[in-house]
Write a protein that binds this ligand. Structure first.
Ligand SMILES: Cc1cc2nc3c(=O)[nH]c(=O)nc-3n(C[C@H](O)[C@H](O)[C@H](O)COP(=O)(O)OP(=O)(O)OC[C@H]3O[C@@H](n4cnc5c(N)ncnc54)[C@H](O)[C@@H]3O)c2cc1C
Length: 277
């Protein structure tokens, strides 16, 4: 893909959409273990009436109750962002993907990847019907056109909800590939899609490769079709940096045709970065 090709396709521009900021207190109606590593929680509430999520890349801020507390503290939307009760400690909050939203049923699904330690994963591991979570946003959406000649999705467990949602949304006949690294085969999920999907799974338990090694190797070896493609990647910060470097360097992906995000960072809490270099 050269510059002229990219400039001649304004219909393939990504767009950014802003949404009115709103915070909602929602109640759990359903908890389902999709795999031993991934739990789906369905939330409901009147406040979901005007929820908007324009892209699989969206995130919501999820507010968790303190241990022993029934409901989380949820801020209100002020002119410059969230306003917290100054007399109370700030609630713990983490970013998650709005996996499925059903306006009529006023339902919102979130899928939690379970890992070793952290307030979000600890909450998800004990989640029960009737409990409450707070949800803020999405504040905006990064909308990637669906009609690229091909789409490539790269990630780990934390990217599964976004990738699964996108695959459900892509129209029939779309050419799509996934390269996903998870802990072991029990962490695999089935994708529902009308797209023509080529799915590659790689495993961290694979003793030959350290974390991320199997993913990078798959990306190095995989077939990339001609035409206008778009790559979306999300997962651990250091690995996603290496993924972007490999795809833009060795594999010749144009920097305007990749969105790589850190969804978490080893040894740090609540990290979210868009990786631009
Ligand atoms: C835009 C966006 C969308 C996201 N969507 C989802 C989603 O839909 N589902 C989802 O599960 N996650 C998603 N994440 C990732 C999630 O926000 C982080 O994994 C978050 O750190 C989890 O919070 P925690 O309280 O469990 O752990 P933290 O308190 O944040 O971290 C505690 C420790 O656990 C480590 N850690 C954090 N996450 C993981 C992990 N996945 N595996 C191994 N170690 C980890 C940290 O490095 C730290 O050492 C998303 C992140 C972003 C930025």
């Amino acid at each position: 893909m050269n510059d002229t090709t990219l400039q001649s396709r304004p219909d393939l521009e990504v767009t950014r959409v802003r949404h009115a900021l709103k915070f909602r207190l929602l109640q759990v109606t359903h908890v389902q273990a999709l795999t031993p590593h991934l739990t789906r929680v369905t939330l409901t509430g009147e406040a979901l009436d005007d929820f908007v999520s324009a892209s699989f890349d969206d995130h919501i801020k999820v507010f968790f109750p303190e241990p022993g507390q029934d409901k989380p503290e949820v801020p209100v939307a002020g002119p410059d962002g969230p306003v917290f009760d100054p007399d109370k400690p700030r609630p713990v909050a983490r970013d998650f993907t709005p996996r499925r939203y059903d306006r009529e049923a006023r339902e919102l699904d979130i899928e939690f990847a379970l890992h070793e330690a952290g307030p979000a994963t600890a909450w998800a591991a004990q989640a029960k019907v009737g409990q409450y979570l707070g949800v803020g946003g999405p504040r905006g959406s990064f909308v990637i056109p669906a009609h690229f000649d091909w789409h490539l999705f790269v990630g780990d467990e934390t990217a599964l909800p976004a990738i699964a949602r996108r695959l459900e949304e892509l129209p029939a006949g779309t050419r799509a590939a996934t390269v996903i690294e998870v802990a072991d085969p029990s962490a695999r999920i089935e994708f529902e899609t009308k797209a023509d999907l080529y799915a590659e799974w790689r495993y961290r338990e694979d003793a030959v490769h350290p974390d991320g090694g199997a993913l990078l190797l798959a990306l190095r070896e995989m077939f990339l079709p001609d035409g206008d493609g778009y790559v979306w990647a999300a997962g651990e910060a250091t690995l996603m940096r290496a993924v972007r470097r490999l795809l833009c360097g060795e594999r010749g992906i144009d920097k305007r045709r990749i969105r790589a995000s850190a969804y978490w960072k080893r040894g740090a809490q609540a990290v979210h970065e868009t990786i631009d270099e």
